[in-house]
Design a protein around this ligand. Structure first.
Ligand SMILES: NC(=O)c1ccc[n+]([C@@H]2O[C@H](COP(=O)([O-])OP(=O)(O)OC[C@H]3O[C@@H](n4cnc5c(N)ncnc54)[C@H](OP(=O)(O)O)[C@@H]3O)[C@@H](O)[C@H]2O)c1
Length: 274
């Protein structure tokens, strides 16, 4: 396992996403069995960072994750659990209630990392952070972060958080360049904030991209692994791919062992900025 060392902690470079575990925006009982199997295999393979949200499957993803952790008998202290408060719950009281609901569904006493999923322009960030800071003081949450925040809001969040803001979770992947172009990635790297790159392998034509394909062949790897290796070689960048397929889950973890050369990194970065 490779880690990002930050604020006295080590956070795996590759974690496990849970979007579509148990449903999309509402529980889908038809997905329970494959979702349970996916979480079990992820835990067996050694994933320790799990990313979820109250929004995912209307809270059911959190329930299934909590259930899998208990069933597999994994020690709580060996896991790092991220979940998120939805934009419609960002008023002071609503943040506190949403956090209690997430804790209950997950069946844990503390959330390692609690994120604002998306900003809500109708609710003042200061009001949300008043509740978020309180949750940290009360020990219900260890670290705070944000998601899908552009530079201005990110800087405001850094100023409002009483503890160092741990992450901004954003779409960052080949060839998605918005968060590098808008300065967020660089700001995070310069200010000890993790960039959690979401949807790292969700892009069209990855398999047919000639550069990735050739590089993957040279490393006896897959295009997906090369794309993730490019991400995690970057300082302060971690990622959270999701897969129902144990072979893909393993492949995504093993992307950590893939060392790209400086020239390959540059080639991919150029491809990325095309
Ligand atoms: N903060 C936010 O707003 C936000 C937004 C989106 C996502 N996220 C988080 O980021 C996580 C990851 O993003 P995502 O789920 O959107 O996309 P992703 O992990 O990039 O892609 C998931 C898709 O890729 C396939 N896949 C995964 N690994 C593969 C591999 N090695 N080879 C071939 N196919 C592979 C999966 O299919 P199989 O199941 O068949 O493998 C699945 O269809 C989410 O689960 C969620 O936790 C956060």
């Amino acid at each position: 396992m490779k880690y990002e060392h930050i604020h006295g902690m080590q956070i795996p470079k590759v974690g496990f996403g849970t979007w579509t575990i148990g449903g999309r925006d509402a529980p889908d009982p038809g997905l329970d069995s494959v979702s349970r199997a996916a979480l079990r295999s992820a835990l067996e393979l050694g994933y320790t960072h799990f990313d979820t949200a109250e929004y995912y499957a209307g809270g059911h993803a959190e329930e299934l994750l909590g259930e899998a952790i208990r069933e597999m008998g994994v020690r709580r202290e060996d896991l790092f659990i991220t979940t998120k408060v939805s934009p419609e719950h960002l008023h002071y009281e609503d943040v506190l209630t949403a956090c209690d609901r997430s804790l209950r569904r997950l069946g844990v006493e503390t959330i390692d990392l609690y994120l604002i999923h998306w900003a809500n322009p109708r609710i003042k960030l200061a009001e949300s952070f008043r509740a978020l800071n309180q949750l940290v003081r009360e020990g219900k949450v260890r670290h705070l972060g944000v998601s899908n925040f552009k530079l201005k809001l990110l800087k405001e969040s850094v100023a409002l958080s009483e503890t160092p803001l741990l992450t901004n979770q954003v779409p960052y992947r080949l060839p998605e360049k918005d968060y590098a172009e808008n300065g967020v990635v660089e700001y995070c790297q310069q200010n000890d904030i993790l960039v959690t790159a979401y949807s790292p392998v969700k892009f069209r034509n990855l398999n047919v991209n000639a550069t990735l394909k050739a590089m993957a062949a040279a490393h006896n790897a897959t295009s997906f692994q090369v794309a993730m290796a490019w991400l995690i070689a970057q300082p302060r960048v971690i990622t959270i791919p999701m897969s129902f397929n144990p072979a893909h889950q393993r492949e995504n973890l093993e992307a950590m062992n893939l060392e790209l050369t400086a020239s390959e990194m540059e080639q991919l970065s150029n491809l990325y900025s095309r």
